[in-house]
Write a protein that binds this ligand. Structure first.
Ligand SMILES: Cc1cc2nc3c(=O)[nH]c(=O)nc-3n(C[C@H](O)[C@H](O)[C@H](O)COP(=O)(O)OP(=O)(O)OC[C@H]3O[C@@H](n4cnc5c(N)ncnc54)[C@H](O)[C@@H]3O)c2cc1C
Length: 513
């Protein structure tokens, strides 16, 4: 049942600000407007709940037959607070709303391959040693304006070369792909490190896992309830935006039920995946510079696959031998990197001990595969891996099985964004930049916290503040975002297309065609 039912409006409704999307960004933006004494806004979302990619579902059942609640989307508070220093606003809000969460102990991990338990945990140190070289170099690249490169290049230079060793690959996946939803080949060295540092060095290195049975989005709904009344007519849920017309004077939004909104300003918080898949039509068509920003950033997919198992006769679960305390189980597949690599126990102390819930995460190509195939096909693959890890005879049939399809979800088209190698800050800024009275905000528009809830939160606030400034006549706040018509590719002062640099035949000329 929606927290706030949708208002009835068959005709164009007029408002000062249309906030498109009721996820973290949209709610942060609307709250900022409210805090700046602007109450004339409308929030629109295709879903029937507040929270967007902070989404939960019922799964399995407890001893009384009641379902558990598991998070399909965001699950952790990532980076908490540094002593006497800045605090992650998501951590502040999670505490404010009493969100149940437990420290994820990333050292509580056992390592496996196709023969079962094999201790290759010494590779964790090797990875970390290489990473500390790589992160220093990322700082040099950024501050000296050197050319960006892939994480893979950075790792190889730091002498981390896992290509011939599947166990090392599993360790790398656990440390890298599990966070960025992309491989080191597909990620920028500079910006992966920026992204890590701004959350985990600025706040803290802790990731706290949310297992609140009200759902993680309880805190977003809570924040919404501080400025929206129950049944608030400014909240239009279950409303699918199909087109946006923008000018320097206003924005018109049309929905698939024929209703429309005429707004002085609008903030589009739709995911990067939605923008990339042409779900919404823009009039006039998006300029080329805007498209470079939208298509330049990349949208990752991260899929959690949930299983609930029955306990053994002694009341324990098969992964709890020798101890129920372990939180993570890493699997190195002999042939496929990232093949059902990280299992997570929700029966570990501090989570949902009696739940029997064990889940595995895949990303990127393995996500697309799993999300395209049937539940049965995926279940068979997961079960085959579990039997290799824990022994054929020890793994019973699960009682329940479920996973979302983020890559094909029409209101998200992916999970969260990642910075590809070589993309400049200016290209990214083109994703952020406004078009006339239409602003863009979301986790993906955050140069520092892309992928994280804090990115969504800060970007929502920023757009809200700018627009509030315009409405309230505050000239310092009210400004257009920078955008770049041309993005230069050369890191030297002039392009050196000469034989000195191995450039012998012009690729711009055709001979005999
Ligand atoms: C699987 C997964 C795991 C994650 N893990 C974490 C984590 O552990 N920690 C963390 O900090 N972050 C995590 N994230 C990222 C986090 O969820 C996002 O950064 C954040 O929720 C994005 O908020 P947003 O408001 O920018 O976008 P969204 O939440 O996507 O909000 C945009 C809203 O727009 C709506 N919308 C889209 N298209 C239309 C349309 N045409 N008409 C009307 N409405 C539309 C959508 O329904 C949605 O509600 C994860 C995300 C996923 C998917």
């Amino acid at each position: 049942k929606p927290l706030f039912p949708r208002g009835q409006n068959g005709t164009c409704t007029k408002t000062k600000v249309a906030v498109l999307g009721a996820g973290m960004t949209g709610i942060a933006a609307a709250q900022t407007l409210h805090n700046n004494s602007i109450s004339d806004f409308i929030i629109v979302d295709v879903n029937d709940y507040i929270g967007g990619r902070v989404k939960h579902t019922n799964f399995g059942k407890d001893a009384n037959g009641n379902p558990y609640v598991v998070e399909l989307g965001a699950n952790w508070v990532q980076g908490l607070v540094s002593p006497g220093g800045p605090e992650n606003p998501i951590w502040t809000l999670a505490q404010k709303w009493g969100i149940n969460n437990t420290y994820s102990n990333y050292s509580s991990i056992l390592t496996y391959d196709q023969t079962g338990f094999v201790d290759y945990s010494s590779y964790f140190d090797d990875y970390n040693n290489a990473y500390s070289v790589l992160e220093q170099e990322a700082g040099t690249i950024l501050t000296q304006n050197y050319q960006d490169r892939t994480m893979r290049t950075g790792f190889s230079i730091a002498d981390w070369k896992p290509k011939k060793d599947v166990q090392k690959q599993a360790v790398e996946w656990w440390n890298f792909d599990f966070e960025y939803a992309y491989s080191p080949e597909q990620s920028s060295q500079t910006w992966a490190v920026v992204n890590y540092n701004t959350s985990f060095y600025q706040y803290s290195e802790a990731n706290n896992f949310v297992w609140d049975q009200r759902g993680y989005n309880y805190f977003i709904q809570g924040e919404a309830s501080t400025f929206l009344s129950p049944n608030d007519t400014r909240l239009h849920l279950s409303t699918n935006v199909t087109s946006i017309t923008y000018t320097n004077n206003g924005v018109t939004i049309t929905n698939d039920d024929g209703s429309c909104i005429e707004a002085d300003y609008a903030i589009c918080t739709f995911s990067l995946g939605v923008l990339q898949n042409d779900i919404v039509s823009f009039t006039p068509a998006l300029p080329a510079w805007k498209q470079t920003g939208i298509e330049g950033m990349q949208m990752g997919t991260y899929t959690k696959i949930f299983l609930q198992f029955p306990p053994s006769s002694d009341g324990t679960y098969f992964w709890e031998t020798p101890t129920a305390d372990t939180q993570f189980y890493l699997y190195a597949d002999p042939t496929e990197r990232g093949w059902y690599p990280v299992f997570q126990s929700l029966t570990a102390p501090g989570f949902l001990p009696d739940s029997g819930i064990f889940f595995v995460t895949v990303v990127s190509a393995q996500s697309y595969r799993a999300e395209q195939q049937s539940d049965d096909a995926t279940l068979a693959e997961v079960m085959a891996v579990l039997k290799k890890m824990f022994g054929e005879e020890n793994v019973p049939e699960p009682i329940d099985f479920l996973y979302p399809r983020w890559s094909t979800e029409s209101w998200a088209y992916g999970s969260y964004s990642n910075w590809p190698p070589g993309m400049s800050l200016e290209t990214h800024q083109n994703l952020r930049a406004n078009l006339g009275r239409l602003w863009f905000a979301g986790e993906a528009t955050s140069a520092e916290y892309f992928g994280f809830l804090q990115g969504a939160y800060f970007e929502g606030q920023a757009a809200g503040n700018t627009i509030a400034g315009c409405i309230n006549g505050n000239k310092t706040e009210c400004k257009n975002e920078a955008s770049y018509e041309v993005i230069r590719g050369c890191t030297t002062s002039e392009r050196q297309l000469t034989p000195n640099n191995g450039w012998f035949v012009s690729s711009m000329e055709t001979y005999g065609f």
